[in-house]
Design a protein around this ligand. Structure first.
Ligand code: ZN
Length: 417
């Protein structure tokens, strides 16, 4: 059956909001779609005004502008509808699967282009289809320049922001890592981890609230230039400003350790993160692991109790069990967090000047072993019978168990002073 347009179709109109956008801003068309029951689909009646729909979608602009620090100002939003379409096919009753969504979009595009005057859909880089709630379906979908919003929850900022990110950037969900130790106990990170989809409650790519995109996601979008640093191999100390701070300054550091890329960011209840309980926010660590479905895996620093307590507490170091570094938040204020990235193992102790017995004891206490011992002449006479040189040197970052080679001073043929 074919349903002709039974509702008056408004001309494509601009949504309320800031005055004329710059020409470079890409364009988005919101189509409010309606249909009668048919093709196994329940009816999608007109459940709210197109003004309400367009306003809800339009809110994405402030969000994108803030989170990207102005690098992506969202889409110039226009709207049309409600427009009646042939009911989309629901091949499995109650399932809004691919064919259903394709039908909604294709039928709506066709109906819009049959309007007079004919809007040219090619000027829009994004088309958003809104319809009254289909029960037991997701709140939204996005991909390939199209987004679908399902009923009232589909118009929440969380769903709008997320579906536009799927549709425009192919951004994945913000996941969390659920890791187990060999005894089956939850731990922050191990070699036995599952990626829990949507589990990061602090990102709009999860399913809790429209919080900031995480550092690895913002990096993927090219939004972190000027705000991030790579930690050198020896580690470093950094004052991180909150990720939501819309000013200049360092906000993100990352490093690779044990096959995992670790991203460190500092979150505070400001900007798009203002709705979170302040004490749930702080320094978060995300892991990017090869072969995992999302680049953004939240590490839970208190893994027994779900992901809302994932932050790294001040003064409690977290050592990467897969690598050699540890992360410590030494101090934290509303303005910044002082984060140290350091070698997690003992450094090689200084044994120069020690007797061989003293050196053996000091090395063993720090987890190292004595390597070769040589007896070169000590022309200075300062370390006769004592360690003249050690290799690796004092303070070196080498793995526990490494052999430390020693040279013991031998008396020269000339008289010592
Ligand atoms: Zn999604």
């Amino acid at each position: 059956m074919v349903a002709l347009a039974v509702f008056a179709v408004a001309a494509v109109s601009s949504a309320p909001g800031p005055a004329a956008a710059a020409p470079s801003v890409p364009r988005l068309l919101v189509i409010q779609v309606t249909w009668e029951a048919g093709n196994n689909s329940p009816a999608a009646p007109v459940d709210r005004s197109i003004t309400e729909v367009a306003s809800a979608v339009h809110r994405h602009r402030d969000w994108y502008t803030a989170v990207s620090h102005g690098k992506h100002t969202g889409w110039q939003t226009s709207s049309t509808g409600p427009i009646s379409i042939t009911p989309p096919r629901m091949t499995v009753p109650g399932k809004c699967d691919g064919p259903f969504l394709d039908d909604v979009a294709d039928n709506a595009d066709q109906a819009v282009q049959e309007q007079a005057p004919v809007p040219d859909l090619s000027v829009y880089s994004m088309v958003v289809y809104y319809f009254a709630r289909m029960p037991s379906c997701a709140a939204g979908w996005g991909g390939g320049g199209r987004a679908w919003l399902n009923g009232g929850f589909g118009l929440s900022l969380l769903v709008v922001v997320q579906e536009l990110a799927h549709a425009s950037f192919g951004l994945s969900h913000a996941n969390g890592l659920e890791c187990m130790d060999p005894n089956g106990q939850r731990v922050t990170l191990s070699t036995s981890c599952a990626s829990l989809e949507y589990a990061d409650p602090f990102s709009a790519m999860g399913n809790n609230a429209a919080g900031s995109f995480t550092a690895p996601h913002q990096f993927q979008l090219g939004w972190l230039s000027g705000r991030m640093l790579d930690v050198p191999a020896g580690g470093g100390a950094y004052a991180l400003q909150p990720l939501e701070n819309n000013g200049a300054g360092l906000q993100v550091v990352r490093f690779k350790d044990g096959g995992v890329t670790l991203w460190i960011e500092y979150r505070q209840p400001i900007g798009v993160d203002a709705t979170f309980p302040p004490n749930s926010l702080g320094v978060f660590v995300h892991a990017e692991l090869p072969g995992f479905p999302s680049r953004s895996q939240l590490l839970d620093m208190a893994p027994q109790n779900g992901f809302f307590d994932s932050k790294l507490s001040v003064g409690v170091p977290w050592a990467n069990p897969l690598g050699n570094m540890k992360i410590t938040v030494k101090q934290q204020t509303a303005a910044s967090a002082n984060v140290y990235v350091e070698w997690k193992h003992p450094r090689v102790p200084n044994v120069v000047g020690s007797t061989l017995a003293q050196a053996d004891a000091a090395l063993a206490a720090a987890g190292f072993v004595r390597g070769t011992v040589s007896f070169p002449v000590d022309d200075t006479c300062n370390n006769i019978g004592r360690v003249m040189n050690q290799n690796p040197a004092a303070g070196a970052m080498v793995l526990p168990g490494t052999a430390v080679h020693l040279s013991i001073g031998n008396r020269p043929s000339h008289p010592c002073p």
